[in-house]
Design a protein around this ligand. Structure first.
Ligand code: SAM
Length: 231
């Protein structure tokens, strides 16, 4: 597993436990993905996997938003999974936790109906292998809800200073979309949102607010709702 894992900094672990991350980033991504999925989101299904679930901060929100009968939380970090076990006890549906790399999921083929994958892929060196595994464990017709940070954000000096990632594997939005397509998922242009939130700008958007920078910002964040073709 060590090969698949670059442990984050103490700051990174702390930041992901803040309310700012929960409200401004995680909850916002769930709301945006739900909106992007629109009427294609299944009303009733068995298993939602939160892959790279970390501390399990959104198990309850995922349950309320998508109403799965069960959540499967997967992460490679055993310490984060201990905290996720506490979050699992507060959730309105059963939560199964697994310690596993996304590149070698300890799950049967076609076991999952919906995958929520939030800010995981840019942490993984073998991104092709990760997407291949997500496709394998998803049931035919199942849905992948993916939110990723693009290289323009991960390569900023502030992110490099404060967080740890594998070097040189992050991609622009189009690169991630190619990866998702190459793994066998299908999606249309309307299933994609590429944007630049204020928190991903190197100066948190101050120079733009002051009118000092006018050129359009480079895209830093990607949301995509993709499907595994029905069998
Ligand atoms: C930026 S955090 C995102 C956590 C959570 N999804 C969130 O948004 O709060 C990335 C997570 O991916 C996990 N991770 C890193 N490499 C992994 C791998 N190869 N397989 C599974 N999880 C991994 C880390 O332990 C961490 O919890």
């Amino acid at each position: 597993m060590a090969r698949d894992w670059v442990p984050d900094t103490a700051f990174g672990r702390w930041f992901l436990s803040t309310d700012m991350w929960l409200q401004r980033v995680l909850a916002r991504a769930i709301a945006d993905l739900k909106q992007l999925a629109g009427t294609n989101a299944p009303d009733s299904f068995n298993r939602l996997m939160d892959v790279g679930c970390g501390q399990g901060r959104v198990f309850s929100l995922l349950q309320k938003t998508f109403s799965p009968r069960q959540i499967v939380g997967v992460d490679i970090d055993p310490h984060l999974l201990e905290r996720a076990a506490q979050a699992a006890r507060q959730c309105g549906c059963p939560v199964e936790l697994k310690r596993s790399s996304v590149t070698r999921l300890d799950l049967p083929d076609a076991y999952i109906d919906v995958i929520f994958c939030h800010q995981l892929i840019h942490h993984v060196a073998n991104q092709e292998g990760a997407l291949r595994e997500l496709h394998r464990v998803l049931a035919p017709g199942g849905m992948l809800l993916l939110a990723e940070s693009c290289e323009a954000f991960i390569k900023t000096w502030l992110v490099r200073l404060l967080f740890r990632h594998p070097r040189g594997v992050q991609k622009p939005a189009e690169g991630y979309l190619d990866l998702v397509r190459a793994a066998g998922f299908v999606f249309a242009d309307a299933d994609v949102r590429i944007w630049t939130p204020w928190w991903s700008l190197p100066d948190l958007g101050f120079t733009r607010k002051l009118g000092l920078v006018r050129r359009p910002p480079v895209a830093t964040e990607l949301l995509v709702v993709a499907r595994k073709a029905p069998g």
